[in-house]
Write a protein that binds this ligand. Structure first.
Ligand code: ARG
Length: 571
């Protein structure tokens, strides 16, 4: 179904076209009326005519009586007020539509989303949290839109550290090594290996031999390596499970997956005349990239020690994603510091002809997570904070809040709700920040039931659902709604704009737009509920108000779901 906004745009477009073909009517939501058409002034300027005269002319020609009334305001704005009949029809359509008016695209694009990407045998940290949460929200939005998402969890599962990690595994004995890894004790495992590597020459030698064996495909070494990878993936999956993230173990297509493609990458770059030797390394110098001194900056494809690097792997990945995954779009949800690297990878892939201009390749960059001291978020001892610890702490605190609020739930239900609230708190705090900006990880603020938080939105949903639990008889929306009350109208206008909020978030790859929309909707509901009693109202007003409650709750639930947040029935 076309949204009111779509309909207004189309109707005014026809009227504007009569004056000047293709002129943008600039339809916006407005505080002065339901919508405002702001494009008159620019057209009048171009035509050299008085704006009010142009506005009057559009008013006469626009075919809109079945949808809205329009008046000219100020120097030439058009204020648009939807008719009661049209709004009533919207309510009925939305009640019958689980997508809350959002259209499903008929041209499914294939979208690769590279997100999460933690490193094997290393703790997931808050940087991975951002990638995971943002990537997962984008995935849900794309899928909702009707596209096909191919998730790529580009885990760091290859490289020289695996020599020492495998040797350390052998020293500990497979069984006890795996036990400590499965408990998520990844950092100490890595640290112990590192300490031995730095202090014990014999261990260092063994580690180096191991790297050679690993690269050479030695069977036993590969088996040990696979154990490390599997154990880590298993651990990551647990974290994804607690966070309700869609990533599966099958989607862990790590750096090692591209090993066999690296030779061809280098050879083909060479054949294309793109390879340059610099300080013994094989490099590409894509034009436009310079270092601080303003000198051309290399993308190192093969290091002087003959090893392939991170860049070669990313080049192979782009190539694979276009040639074999058939991506129309590739998104990299990776921290802002890797921007130069990724831009150089895309530029090189374009030069090499692996990334056609028709394939959109975009770095979905994000800022840092800071501690309450506004410095990089670390533990007191300077370690990275374990993601799984953060999540359990959030769950415990959410549970304590529920106990304090004397929420009438049994123990198991309460624990489950605490998990939902903790996820909502963590995800929403991350997603509601404009992604390029840094944010402070502050569980107290994130878990608050008031303010622009995940728990507040969950609560807004549960509160509406509780109204329906108090009903003694079924209700049906009246044929025509009066929507005479200003707060009711304001709420309904918020509801009908849901599809625009979703498409804007998607177009800008900006989940925070959807967050802002949902928070605004919840606030519109609060004002409505304060000024319009629902259950005590007379019919048909009561049913009309119930319809608005129902639509609000459903819009909140669908919207939160797109962010990866569950909307609880009770709270
Ligand atoms: N594993 C990397 C890290 O932890 C992120 C990888 C991002 N994805 C990519 N294709 N480079 O920083």
């Amino acid at each position: 179904m076309a949204t009111p906004y779509d309909i207004l745009c189309a109707r005014f477009q026809d009227a504007f076209d009569l004056l000047e073909k293709g002129a943008d009517p600039v339809v916006r939501t407005s505080d002065r009326s339901d919508y405002q058409v702001n494009g008159v002034m620019s057209v009048a300027k171009r035509l050299g005519r008085p704006p009010r005269e142009v506005a009057e002319e559009i008013l006469r020609s626009v075919n809109i009586a079945d949808v809205a009334t329009v008046d000219v305001a100020g120097p030439g704005f058009l204020n648009v007020t939807l008719t009661t009949e049209f709004l009533s029809a919207q309510v009925h359509q939305l009640l019958a539509d689980p997508r809350m008016g959002a259209r499903r695209s008929t041209t499914a694009r294939r979208v690769v989303i590279d997100y999460s990407a933690p490193n094997v045998a290393k703790e997931m940290h808050v940087g991975h949290l951002r990638s995971t949460v943002i990537g997962d929200a984008l995935r849900r939005m794309y899928e909702f839109h009707g596209d096909v998402v191919i998730a790529r969890n580009h885990i760091g599962d290859w490289g020289t550290p695996f020599g020492m990690l495998i040797e350390h595994l052998c020293d500990l004995g497979e069984e006890s090594a795996l036990a400590s890894l499965s408990m998520g004790d990844l950092n100490s495992f890595y640290r112990e290996a590192r300490i031995k590597f730095d202090g014990d020459d014999a261990f260092k030698d063994r580690s180096r031999t191991r790297v050679v064996a690993l690269q050479g495909g030695d069977e036993e070494t590969r088996r040990l390596w696979q154990l490390l990878v599997d154990q880590s993936v298993e651990y990551f999956s647990q974290v994804y499970g607690t966070l309700d993230v869609l990533l599966t173990a099958d989607e862990a297509v790590g750096e090692s997956y591209y090993n066999d493609m690296l030779h061809a990458v280098v050879e083909d770059l060479d054949t294309a005349g793109l390879l340059v030797e610099s300080n013994g390394a094989q490099c590409v110098f894509p034009p436009g990239f310079v270092n601080r001194e303003g000198e051309p900056f290399p993308l190192i494809v093969k290091k002087s020690d003959e090893g392939f690097g991170y860049a070669a792997t990313d080049l192979a990945a782009v190539r694979d994603r276009v040639a074999h995954v058939h991506a129309d779009e590739i998104l990299y949800v990776v921290g802002a510091p890797q921007s130069q690297h990724l831009e150089m990878v895309y530029a090189t892939a374009r030069l090499a002809g692996w990334l056609p201009a028709t394939v959109r390749c975009e770095h979905v960059a994000f800022g840092n997570v800071l501690g309450t001291d506004r410095k990089m978020f670390k533990t007191r001892s300077g370690d990275t904070v374990k993601l799984s610890d953060l999540v359990s702490e959030a769950v415990d605190r959410a549970d304590a809040q529920l106990v304090e609020r004397a929420t009438p739930l049994d123990e198991a239900e309460r624990r489950a709700l605490a998990v939902t609230i903790a996820r909502a708190a963590i995800k929403y705090a991350d997603l509601s920040t404009e992604r390029q900006r840094d944010y402070v990880f502050d569980l107290d603020r994130m878990l608050a039931f008031e303010g622009d938080t995940g728990p507040y939105l969950c609560y807004a949903h549960a509160r509406i659902r509780s109204i329906f639990r108090r009903l003694d008889a079924p209700w049906t929306a009246p044929e025509t709604l009066a929507v005479t009350d200003a707060a009711a109208r304001h709420l309904l206008l918020g509801i009908v704009n849901f599809p625009e909020a979703v498409s804007e978030s998607l177009a800008l790859l900006a989940p925070h737009r959807l967050c802002t929309y949902l928070f605004d909707l919840a606030q519109r509901f609060t004002s409505f509920y304060e000024s319009c009693p629902v259950l005590s109202a007379e019919e048909p007003l009561r049913s009309e108000r119930l319809a608005l409650c129902e639509l609000t709750a459903r819009t909140l639930a669908v919207g939160l779901h797109l962010l990866g947040i569950d909307a609880p029935e009770r709270m």
